[in-house]
Design a protein around this ligand. Structure first.
Ligand SMILES: [Zn+2]
Length: 344
């Protein structure tokens, strides 16, 4: 299997020395530009959106960024990538179950999950669990291993649910021998007696509304084929919510930071804020404090049981950096008459 190196720094347009804040800012800018809901060419934007999300998933996480940086700066984007020795078995990386006697060591490749094979190899949940043992005294048949990978889900998809075509290259039962490994008295020539062959297959995976970070979507029987007639393992996709330029997620609630001018916070105002389902108008009451939370009920992500989480608007009072002479005169006037004494 050939992997292509991904230059995450180039994708976000930041230098390798970029500070965390710079990376976050670059991501938010690009995520706004390529958000599938606003872009003209939706298909292209979606690809780009997932690319920058993958880049931010790595560079926006100190541990992942460190591991990525350990690869060094000499890799060219798109170059054929082979992980350096010692990378297998890293936490979060691919762990390969060693193939026992009679087990071909099958590789898994995923397509359509939103993450690149490079990401899956370096940071993904891709694993194969151990096969279930047959009952003692039974024949050689073993249940196939489960195949696991990460599935990037945008908040819009988590909101409305979606269908995704996921392509998996894995072991399936050999058709030449119906998975038994034998044809009559002889070994099956198609699979050399293994009972399984490696093949690429596309499955439709349903993403139900209200999926949460880390939730596992199990597609029964779509993992690796069993040996000698054993049943197939499952395909398990771990949900990773894509970062959104506007919202953070806490359980089923969406968090939105609303920047306010000092006078808006003091005097109160009306504000139009985004949700995943159009904009809503909210009232900022007079005397709103920095960091104060305003709750818009039912405008968050759907919950599996029933209803929706909330949209939580966090007030962020911003102060002007530069002011005009006229403004300065007014602030000075305010300073003279103000009864507000923050240090008393
Ligand atoms: Zn066969």
């Amino acid at each position: 299997m050939s992997l292509q190196y991904k230059d995450y720094y180039a994708q976000l347009g930041v230098p390798r020395t970029a500070k965390d804040a710079e990376i976050k800012q670059a991501f938010r800018k690009l995520a706004r530009e390529y958000h599938p809901d606003v872009a003209k060419d939706k298909k292209k934007a979606e690809e780009k959106f997932k690319e920058i999300n993958e880049a931010y998933e790595v560079l926006g996480d100190a541990t992942k960024r460190k591991r990525y940086d350990e690869l060094g700066a000499n890799w060219k984007s798109g170059a054929e990538f082979r992980p350096p020795p010692g990378w297998e078995g890293f936490p979060g990386g691919r762990s390969r179950t060693p193939g026992g006697p009679g087990h071909a060591d099958f590789e898994f490749e995923f397509g359509g999950t939103g993450f690149s094979d490079f990401f899956e190899q370096m940071f993904g949940a891709r694993t194969a669990s151990h096969p279930g043992r047959s009952a003692p005294g039974e024949n050689l048949s073993e249940r196939g291993r489960d195949v696991a990978g990460d599935l990037m889900v945008t908040l819009e998809e988590a909101m409305r649910g979606a269908q995704r075509a996921v392509n998996v290259r894995h072991a399936v039962a050999c058709e030449g021998c119906s998975g038994t490994g034998r044809r009559g008295q002889r070994l099956c020539p198609t699979c050399a007696g293994e009972g399984r062959v490696s093949r690429s297959e596309t499955y439709q995976v349903r993403i139900p509304p209200g999926v949460t970070e880390g939730q596992r979507l199990r597609v029964a029987g779509r993992g690796e084929a069993g040996t000698h007639g054993g049943s197939a393992g499952d395909l398990i996709l771990r949900v990773r919510l894509a970062r959104h330029p506007d919202f953070a997620v806490e359980e089923h609630h969406l968090i939105y930071e609303a920047a306010l001018a000092p006078w808006e916070a003091v005097l109160g105002t009306h504000l139009s804020v985004p949700t995943l389902d159009g904009r809503v108008n909210i009232k900022i009451p007079p005397g709103t404090q920095n960091g104060q939370k305003l709750r818009v009920r039912g405008r968050g992500l759907p919950q599996r049981a029933a209803g929706h989480g909330d949209l939580i608007v966090v007030a962020r009072v911003e102060l002007p950096v530069q002011i005009t002479d006229a403004e300065r005169a007014l602030w000075e006037q305010l300073a003279c008459v103000a009864t507000f004494k923050p240090r008393e």
